[in-house]
Write a protein that binds this ligand. Sequence first.
Ligand code: AHM
Ligand code: MG
Length: 340
Amino acid sequence: MSKHTSITEFLKQHLQGEHAISLNAMLSDVIDSCKKIAVAIDKGAIAGNMGSLVSENVQGEVQKALDVIADEIFITCNQQSGYVAGMLSEEIDDIIEIAETHKKNGQYILLFDPLDGSSNVNVNISVGTIFSILKSTNKNPTLADFLQPGTSQICAGYALYGTSAMLVLTTGNGVNGFTLDTDANEFYLTHPNMQIAVNTQEFAINMSNYRFWHEPVQRYIDECLQGAEGDRKKDFNMRWVASMVAEVHRILVRGGIFMYPIDTKTKNGQPSSGKLRLMYEANPMSFIVEQAGGAASTGLLRILEVQPSALHQRVPVMMGSKSEVDRLVAYHSRTRSSKS
Ligand code: AHM
Ligand code: MG
C-alpha cells in the first residue's frame, strides 16, 4: 500500500459542487488516456512509435508518429464518460464531434494538445499532454460554444512524461501534482498544493529568436544577461527544453519564467502572433500557473481574458513567477505609452 493518496481517492474527496460527478467521470478518462500515452512513449522505438510521419516499416506494418498515436488514444478514451459534447485537438483542424451514443449527458468541451513538445520525441526528451475543460451550453456545441475565454475553464491539467510520468491538475482550487506508479498503474499525490516562488533567477526562452523580438522582451532578456553587473543586480540562469509542459512544470517546482513572445517573423505573409495556441496550450497552463500563485500574460493582456476568435489561434505567452511577469507587463505598457 502506498503512503500517498491515489488520484482516484483524491478526486473523490476533493471534487465538490455542481461539476463534481461529471468532472470525476471525465477526469477518470483523461487519467486513463495519459497512462496509455505514457506506455506508448515508454515503448518508443521498440513499438515503432518514433519518426515524424505515418509510414510503413519493412514488414509493411503501419508505423505511426507518437503524436498521431497520442491523439487517437486521447480521442478514443475521452468519449466514454458520456459527459463530453465536443472536443478540439491540436492535431485536427475542425471540432471533433461526438457520436450521439457517446454523449448521454454531454455538457462539456474538452480541448487538448495530445503530445506537446513532440519535436523532442526522437531525441528522447520530455514531452507532455495538455488539456482544458469548458462547460457547453449546447449538447451539439458550435464554434461559438468553443470560443470561450480561459476564465471560463472549470478544469485544466497536464501530464508530463519525464523522468517519471506526472499529472498536474487544477479545478480552480489550487494545484496538485500526482506521480505515476507504473507497478500499480495509478497516479499518487506527491506534490500537494503546488506554489510558484514569487521571485526567481531563471528564465526560459528560445534565444535564437532574439533579433525578432519586440523591444520590451529584448530589454527584459538583456537585463537578465547583464546579471549582477546590470540593473537587476543578480545573476540569472537559463533553461530551454522546447517542451512547454516541462518548462511550466519546472516553474511550478522551483520558480522562473517561460516566454514564447510575439516576434517580427511572418508566416505565409501574415505577421506572427506567437507560436503557442490559446485554447489548449496557453489557457490551461495559465489557469494552472495563476492557481499556483503565478501570473500569465501576453505582455499586454492577462491570457485568461483573451477573447478567442479562432479554434487554433496563437498568442504570445509570458508566464511564471509573478514579479517577473509584472515586470514584463510594465515594460510593454511603457513602450505602448511612449508610442501613443
Ligand atoms: P508543439 O505543440 O508543436 O509541440 O509546439 C509547441 C512547443 C512548445 O512545447 C515549446 O515551448 C515550443 O513549441 C518550442 O518551440 P521551439 O521549436 O521554437 O523551441
Ligand atoms: Mg503543443
